[in-house]
Design a protein around this ligand. Sequence first.
Ligand SMILES: Nc1ncnc2c1ncn2[C@@H]1O[C@H](COP(=O)(O)OP(=O)(O)OP(=O)(O)O)[C@@H](O)[C@H]1O
Length: 699
Amino acid sequence: MAYTYAYKPKVKSRSEVGSSRDVLREERQGLLATGGNGDDWQATRASLVRPVVQAGRQGGYGAVAAGNGGPRSEAPSFRSKAKTLLSAGDGMTADLTFENVSVISVPKNGSRDDTRNLTQLLNNVSGTVRAGEVMAVMGASGAGKSTLMNVLTNRNLSDNLMIDGIVKVNGTELGSAISKISGYVQQDDVFFPTLSVREHMEFQAALRIGRLLTKQERYQRIDELLNLMGLTKCQHTRIGLPGIEKSISGGESKRLAFATELIVNPAILFCDEPTTGLDSFMAEQVVNVLRQLAKRGKTIICVIHQPASHVFNMFSRLLLLAEGRVAYHGSCDGALRFFESLNFPCPESYNAAEHYIKTLAIAGGHVAECKEKVNAICDAFERSPDAAEVRKSIDVATGHEQDLRSVMLFDQTPSYRVSALVQLRWLVWRAMLDNMRNPDMFRVRTIQKIVVAVIYGMVYLHGVKPTQEGIQNINGALFLYMTENSFAPMLDLVAVFQRGIALFKREYAAYMYRLSIYYLAQVLGWLPSFAIDASVFCVITYFMVGLVPEWYKFLITFVICIITANVAAASGSLVSTISPSIDVGLVIAPTLTVIVMLFGGGVYLKLKTLPPYLAWLQWLSWFRYGNEILGIVHWQGVTNITCSADPQLPCITTGAEVMADNQYDPAKLGFDFGMLAALYAGFHLCAYFVLYTKNRKRN
Ligand SMILES: Nc1ncnc2c1ncn2[C@@H]1O[C@H](COP(=O)(O)OP(=O)(O)OP(=O)(O)O)[C@@H](O)[C@H]1O
């Protein structure tokens, strides 16, 4: 059997590409000649450019693909088609079939040729679900339910899995394009806790629907979904973190996850354990919502763990997995008969779902017997009329005329619904809102800054004078500007790419935004916070400390505070992307800061005394450049430093001597600013590169 690593999209041959381009050009010219607008042309283009739609297309929109553009009035506009497809209950319907799906895992360091290394996770799993059906996927823990869902949705597929089999929607293999017509409600609900329910929906609608609907229409759609999911009353409540800060309830959170996926009116909805952690009443409500959606023509596939009897009876179809094989697939009533025929009747008044799971479980201590029993059941199913029925319905479904309008509509190039600028605007909006609303990150931090600034100002209140003792104090005060503006921003960013990684992965897999835009938005989202912190600190301390009250000197000090915060934050971004976890990042970041501080010279070290094999580290220290700039600005032109009363002690009388003593070179002012800019860009570029490398595979 030929196994492949994940599904690959069909690639068009050169001649095919050429011919479709020609048709496209002719089409465009035809539309222009008949007064067609850009939208019409785009709609036609959508029907032409996708290889997956081209493959095997016979009717419907295929007629357009054959060059039959027609006058503008005959074809509905792109926007009106979008509205039709997005309006609730009026989208396409989809029959899903999967045939002989097999998955084999290879250990990370094992050889694929050595069969002892291979583990079969799924073994020839086949099935069908039609539009309007709600199918429960059940089985004991480790039976392969999540693996099957991942194959069907084409998501979360690790590199160590070899996958074979055919997954079709309305008779066409979609590969990763299945994400464009399906939603996946995953086991864990992941949201931005600081956003309200409505804000979350607005963000999702803006990036997932984008220009297909107007703002007004998007809001109307949000209202409809909130209403459908019973979330209207909590629409202005912050989502929160259950158990940590007051939030919407577990059931509301699950329904919000549904609303999020339904925003683009997907034809198929995959749900992984949507009732786990909910009480039986809430679980019933959730499955009820699934039934309502099925009544509207959706195809629902739902992994579920031991549902209560009344909840189990709400499903119209069942797929039982055991040891990676199909133990039963068909109607729920049929399952009772099938198990009875094998002498495993469900006892009176016993939960049928529990009975199946128990029968198919591999009990510790009886592994060999249980496996033998499970294999016998799976073999019996393969020979059963139910299995024959499944095979027949796969043949019928795959032979159907295709209706993949949604795929054509959404599967355009580029795949994003909105421009990079709009993506940036919404992502920055969300990041800023999150920072501003996070009490730890904003209010507490600002208060902390004020307190530290006042203490700092009081410490130096009478000590900064142009005397021999004052030289040390002034240099120390300037160096503290560097340290105070480095630690917090660096630590802020250390967690930034770890904290939101789960949400990012989902949204990125759903083609909501580009990686570069996401990165940029995270950085921009923190800017106001850094600017406020640095300003508060600089303004309070500058005058309390008693530094020279000249606009030029103050302005440069202020600018250096803000630049330092941003360079430190950039290094924090790099630590965040290279660290495998927040904990590791929190160990690396302070270590790095101490090294950078040490090699920054100033009060800790005379840089000229550094051994050559370590001297290069000073070039990576933003302390070195910022400190030199502050030293030059504050010591330049100073000529009135008084000597101490003891004539035995050495005496420095000018700022130039202080600069020489500290190796500050006034000619290097521009160079220092340039190096700060280079470090800022360098840290961010490296961080982005690491993030890109880690997320090259979108799903
Ligand atoms: N990427 C992988 N590499 C190796 N083994 C894997 C991988 N993914 C899953 N498995 C293994 O495959 C088996 C099936 O896992 P899966 O998560 O599909 O089970 P499940 O039926 O969803 O279980 P549960 O109900 O406990 O979530 C398990 O033994 C699991 O350890």
